[in-house]
Design a protein around this ligand. Structure first.
Ligand SMILES: C[S@@+](CC[C@H](N)C(=O)[O-])C[C@H]1O[C@@H](n2cnc3c(N)ncnc32)[C@H](O)[C@@H]1O
Length: 273
């Protein structure tokens, strides 16, 4: 996969050289190119921003440097035979970045990121490139960062660990929180490693039982417990067909019951407690 990042803070992307993403680069699974937007400015101050039309506080990133930068980056990638690019635009007003979206992006051959600063990029830039390629406007959460570089790091790491050959154990992301399949929409429960006792604290006996069926059930119950506690919205949205008889028993113990339509909701008496 090829990644291009255009930014006014190339040094902010240094973490792309370390850990999992760094190793993926070293092994050739990821081909990362970081570009300084100011290379496409021609005035003495390397200006990339201007005052907003309509007035108001803050500055807006200008069309010209972004247009020239993206044209050049795209031309270089096409010349390198990278296939179809997609533009990833970090913005708090984008669609939420989820594991599902990470999977979708991991299947593309080439991502071009446009992390902004100030009040964001002149809208015409996104509209222009949307006529040429898929554009993903993504938000990494309901808060406002000073710039999109941290969002690029978040998206890149989530995507990179899904690429074939990047994780040592290809099964590692199968049981992750939000992973598609049996654990769809559930958070992962607690995990433990050696030693078996630490500061007087043991580990659940079932994990030492060697009984795969019971361990799988325990993990599923813990996932249900954690999800009901931290993300009840995920349970409420879940297709009830995803819950087997045992899940339903566990949910009932946790104070959840199916509505006439089948979806699970926390019982009113529990909510009022
Ligand atoms: C100060 S923010 C601009 C916020 C903008 N005025 C708004 O309210 O939507 C500057 C840049 O940081 C990035 N950014 C900030 N919060 C983000 C978030 N939650 N997810 C993704 N990118 C974000 C985007 O690139 C954004 O254009």
């Amino acid at each position: 996969m090829r990644l291009d990042v255009v930014t006014i803070f190339p040094e902010y992307l240094e973490p792309l050289n370390v850990s999992l993403v760094g190793k993926a680069r070293a092994r050739g699974s990821l081909d990362v190119h970081v570009h300084d937007l100011r290379d496409w400015t021609y005035d003495r101050h390397n200006t990339v921003d201007d005052t907003p039309y309509g007035g108001g506080p803050g500055m807006v990133m200008k069309t010209e440097p972004w247009g020239e930068a993206l044209d050049q980056v795209l031309a270089d990638g096409y010349e390198a035979g990278r296939g179809a690019p997609a533009l990833v635009v970090p913005t708090p007003s984008g669609r939420p970045f989820t594991q599902e979206l990470a999977v979708e992006l991991s299947e593309r051959p080439w991502l071009v990121f446009t992390p902004a600063r100030y009040e964001g990029i002149d809208r015409r830039v996104v509209d222009e490139y949307a006529t040429r390629m898929p554009v993903y406007e993504v938000s990494i959460g309901d808060y406002v960062l000073a710039g999109g570089e941290a969002a690029v790091l978040v998206v890149t790491e989530a995507v990179a660990r899904l690429l074939p050959g990047v994780l040592g154990n290809a099964e590692s992301h199968r049981d992750d929180s939000f992973a598609p399949g049996a654990m769809a929409n559930l958070l992962e429960g607690p995990v433990y490693t050696k030693p078996p006792r630490w500061r007087g604290r043991g580990i659940p006996d079932v994990l030492l039982s060697g009984h795969h069926g019971r361990i799988a059930r325990w993990r599923r119950d813990e996932a249900l417990r954690r999800t009901t506690a931290h993300r009840p919205d995920l349970i409420e949205r879940c297709d009830p067909a995803a819950f087997d008889k045992k899940d339903r028993e566990t949910l009932s113990i946790l104070g959840w019951a199916p509505e006439p339509g089948g979806r699970f909701w926390r019982k009113v008496e529990d909510v009022e407690e």
